[in-house]
Write a new protein. Structure first.
Length: 173
């Protein structure tokens, strides 16, 4: 089941943090090195949820999308309207126990189908140049690399360690 979440209180916080478990562990060691691992992870999770509550959902046109399978949240991403017909997605992640089963493709394609109802659109994302799995997932969904430097539309920054990807509907041509 595809879930569209537009307010923080609708988020299953533990379920969401389970999806981002590996990323949170990596961030814990980077941002809270020197602290016991469990404490560092708790702090990163707290910071992550606080960001979603106070910053992400404070902007207009912001949505968290979650794919649920048998009552388990298996995949999620954030989506923001940059301007009418232009959207930016970030933080596409699949629960570590559910990877390599096509859930990220199902999530992306499900969202893309729902967006078609609102008319033509362009969907942008940034993917780390070494993240082959995410690049392949995006490619399966019709994304193309349009820039050797990703552009974060929410922060207004470029990143030379990411590719800029784009999906357009209807397709050009």
């Amino acid at each position: 089941m595809l879930r569209r979440i537009t307010v923080f209180d609708a988020i299953g916080q533990r379920q969401l943090m389970d999806i981002y478990r590996e990323s949170n562990k990596e961030n814990a060691m980077e941002f809270y090195h020197g602290r016991p691992r469990a404490d560092a992870v708790r702090r990163v999770e707290r910071d992550f949820l606080e960001f979603i509550r106070t910053k992400f959902f404070n902007g207009s046109g912001r949505t968290y999308w979650v794919l649920e399978q048998e009552r388990v949240w298996v995949c999620a991403l954030r989506l923001a309207v940059v301007e009418p017909g232009v959207l930016y997605l970030e933080s596409l992640e699949t629960h570590p126990d559910y990877r390599r089963r096509g859930f990220a493709v199902r999530l992306l394609k499900g969202i893309m189908e729902k967006l078609k109802k609102d008319g033509p659109y362009k969907l942008y994302d940034c993917v780390h140049i070494n993240n082959e799995a995410s690049l392949k997932t995006h490619e399966k969904c019709g994304f193309k690399i349009v820039s050797q430097e990703g552009f974060n539309y929410l922060l207004g920054t470029q990143n030379s360690r990411t590719y800029g990807l784009q999906y357009s509907w209807p397709p050009p041509g």
